[in-house]
Design a protein around this ligand. Structure first.
Ligand code: SF4
Length: 322
């Protein structure tokens, strides 16, 4: 259905952006929660397949909920996650199993099927969301996800992080932007919901570059998108790099981030569903905090309020987004 993007609220709710929450409400009848699973994968950028040491900013523990530990089976994590969410969100009628930690397609297909099986066997699980790297997908796995997608909701979420190859090199990412573009296109071609993740604040990047490069993001064949501000995690390689080369980093405090991201999305493809505007890491993991202990739901309220005050909406300044 063609939407009128000149209207302030073209997505059918009262938000000024294309929200993931609204997408889930439309896609599934009833309230759906995501359950984060750590299935014990590693990552090709750590185990030597592509590199060692990992991305310079990565400490997976900091990005995982505490109930989700790889020593527990997928079944146990699912049942504990459902109990946790049922307490907190009594209206949840179904769940998406979110295989989040590390690279969740980094194993032979037979092994992947075994790992996903408990989630697919659970009638409360309405679909699976798989977080992975763009260089961790192949034609055989895509064919499997394509057939699975015929009976269940399947979403593949790729860490892209930057549109700049020199940044990807500097953070030891181990893949190029073109690799991400190609894998995303192949996944979309298979009819699978595709998500992408980007970080604002990586070394030698700044708002001018992000605005100049937004057309590269707008051209990606993705359905949904997540943005995170860079947070310097204790003990990661990027911590020392930050102390040594502070002027290479453009980090945000909360106020400057809200200003930036609200303006940024006025240029963002209005078809993209925004799943996150910012990251949230428990303060104990942070080398220092530009944000204080502010929670994501408060950040989201600030962003929504700012969009309202400015009269801005996602995509109002984009051109030629089909
Ligand atoms: S961010 Fe992802 S790809 Fe990079 S080291 Fe961590 S798990 Fe691996």
């Amino acid at each position: 259905m063609h939407k009128n993007y000149h209207n302030a609220f073209p997505w059918g709710d009262n938000r000024r952006y294309n929200s993931y929450k609204h997408f889930l409400q439309k896609r599934f009848s009833g309230r759906i929660q995501k359950l984060t699973i750590n299935a014990g994968f590693t990552c090709p950028n750590r185990d030597g397949t592509v590199g060692t040491g990992g991305c310079t900013y990565c400490l997976n523990d900091a990005f995982n909920p505490s109930y989700c530990q790889p020593e527990k089976s997928v079944e146990q994590q699912l049942s504990e996650g459902i109990a946790f969410h049922a307490n907190r969100y009594r209206r949840a009628e179904g769940y998406l199993a979110y295989f989040q930690a590390f690279s969740n397609t980094h194993a032979p297909l037979m092994r992947l099927k075994e790992i996903y099986a408990p989630a697919l066997a659970n009638p409360l699980i309405k679909g699976i969301v798989i977080g992975t790297r763009p260089d961790c997908m192949d034609a055989e796995k895509l064919a499997y996800f394509r057939s699975l997608n015929e009976e269940r909701f399947v979403s593949i979420e790729y860490g892209v992080e930057s549109t700049e190859d020199r940044t990807l090199l500097r953070i030891n990412r181990g893949h190029s932007f073109q690799q991400a573009t190609d894998t995303i296109a192949a996944t979309a071609e298979a009819g699978i919901h595709v998500g992408a993740h980007f970080i604002f604040g990586l070394p030698e990047e700044n708002p001018e570059l992000w605005f100049n490069n937004i057309h590269k993001i707008n051209d990606l064949k993705i359905n949904s998108i997540k943005f995170h501000q860079l947070q310097i995690i204790k003990g990661c390689a990027i911590e020392q790099e930050f102390y040594n080369h502070r002027s290479d980093f453009h980090l945000f405090d909360i106020e400057t981030y809200v200003n930036f991201i609200t303006k940024y999305i006025t240029h963002l493809n209005p078809h993209f569903i925004i799943e996150r505007f910012a990251g949230e890491v428990p303060p104990r993991y942070l080398a220092f905090s530009h944000w204080g202990t502010i929670r994501y739901d408060v950040v989201l309220q600030m962003i929504e309020r700012r969009l309202e005050e400015k009269g801005w909406r996602q995509g109002q300044l984009t051109v030629n987004c089909n």
